[in-house]
Design a binder for this molecule. Structure first.
Ligand SMILES: C[S@@+](CC[C@H](N)C(=O)[O-])C[C@H]1O[C@@H](n2cnc3c(N)ncnc32)[C@H](O)[C@@H]1O
Length: 380
């Protein structure tokens, strides 16, 4: 027995490591990361940050299957057969409690689940995010077209009264019959436009399309670790590249009173980060919506360079251009690289030949899977 009936009955295999006792999973994950990152010496690894074994995911990505009269939220196989995963133990109870009212509402609005093979139906995914401190939910419905939006607007009050934890409801339009989860257009139905996530007592305002770390407790420790390293190195000027809604930059501003610039490609995420900075009265932090590569190359010609850079890129890593930029920017003495993909981290570190690893730590953001978040402190 491992705490998940779906796994035990062979109905879901997403948590591939579930049969391995959690303490052993941590040992194996640490070993796998160390093997992928030979540039980190054995003495440089700090103890792995564990996750709670269950109830830790602050977001759920549910494929919608079944029929509008009897919708299923979970996974759908290639033959179109749906497996409901509403009782997945990775979700906090408050999130799990929302699934029934959401299903009832799908029925009330006659939202037909999208059929991949027939290319019929409307509703593709339900995406949920839970804020523990607010005890609030953001619910996004990914649909094929705008056909059902009027019905959804009309029924909104019914959904909010059936599940008062829901604070933000939006509809994402994804017309393309491909595996991409969401499309560029998002229509927010509620007056409230963002959900406030709290980490280490900092408010981070999450809008529907912005990125947020999956596991609150582990993310909070990730940001505290970055703070601890910054306290040691005492930066004079800091950049946070790929800053999202500002997690690293806002935490850095708690312990560094020098100028901090956060850069992120999503203007929505930047608006959220600016809102947090204003609420916290942080005048030393500025945020700009730009591609990190473009910003770095333009700034090099234009203004003062930083001595410290934090990077937290998507799975592809920072890539050759940004590595070359950091290599060729002698003012950059300290680099903190947080990665959700040890493979691309290893590739990037191999290009950063002027930097040496000082410390590294694995964060078990994605328990029961082979995925790992690794953060590394480097100095020139
Ligand atoms: C792994 S997330 C990290 C977000 C943030 N650091 C955090 O802790 O939540 C990566 C972020 O990079 C952003 N991004 C993707 N490509 C980018 C680019 N070329 N330049 C700047 N930001 C980019 C994404 O929108 C996303 O918010």
């Amino acid at each position: 027995m491992n705490g998940c009936e779906y796994f035990n009955q062979g109905l879901c295999r997403s948590c591939t490591n579930l049969p391995v006792p959690y303490a052993q999973q941590l040992i194996e994950k640490q070993q796998a990361c160390a093997a992928q990152l030979p540039m980190v010496g054995s003495q440089q690894w700090l103890p792995i940050m564990p996750s709670a074994p269950f109830g830790f995911r602050n977001k759920a990505k549910m494929v919608v299957g079944g029929t509008w009269q009897n919708p299923q939220l979970g996974i759908v196989d290639y033959a179109g057969v749906a497996q409901d995963l509403s009782a997945c133990p990775l979700y906090p109870q408050a999130m799990a409690q929302a699934f029934t009212p959401i299903k009832d509402w799908i029925t009330a609005c006659c939202l037909a689940p999208y059929q991949i093979v027939a290319r019929s139906g409307e509703l593709k995914y339900v995406l949920l995010t839970y804020s523990e401190r607010e005890q609030g939910l953001m619910v996004r419905f990914v649909v094929r077209s705008k056909e059902a939006i009027a019905r959804m607007r009309q029924g909104l009050a019914q959904l909010l009264s059936a599940c008062p934890a829901i604070q933000v409801v939006s509809v994402n339009i994804q017309p393309v019959p491909m595996a991409i989860v969401e499309g560029p257009e998002e229509i927010i139905l509620t007056a409230q436009q963002s959900l406030t996530m709290w980490l280490n007592d900092l408010p981070l305002h999450l809008k529907p399309q912005s990125f947020f770390q999956t596991n609150d407790a582990v993310a909070a420790e990730l940001y505290r670790q970055a703070q601890a390293w910054l306290m040691q190195t005492q930066p004079e000027k800091l950049w946070d590249l790929f800053c999202g809604v500002g997690g690293f930059a806002l935490h850095a501003a708690q312990c560094v009173s020098k100028p901090i610039i956060g850069i992120e490609i999503s203007s929505q995420a930047i608006a959220s980060a600016q809102q947090s900075a204003a609420e916290l009265g942080l005048e030393s932090v500025t945020f700009r919506a730009l591609s990190a590569d473009e910003f770095a190359c333009a700034e090099k010609a234009a203004v003062e360079m930083p001595d410290t850079v934090i990077v937290n890129p998507p799975r592809r890593g920072i890539g050759a251009e940004l590595c070359a930029f950091l290599e060729n920017s002698p003012s950059v003495q300290t680099l903190i690289y947080s990665s959700c993909n040890p493979q691309t981290l290893a590739k990037d570190l191999a290009m950063l030949t002027s930097f040496r690893v000082q410390q590294a730590r694995v964060f078990d953001m994605f328990a029961h899977t082979h995925h790992a978040e690794v953060m590394v402190l480097l100095s020139r």
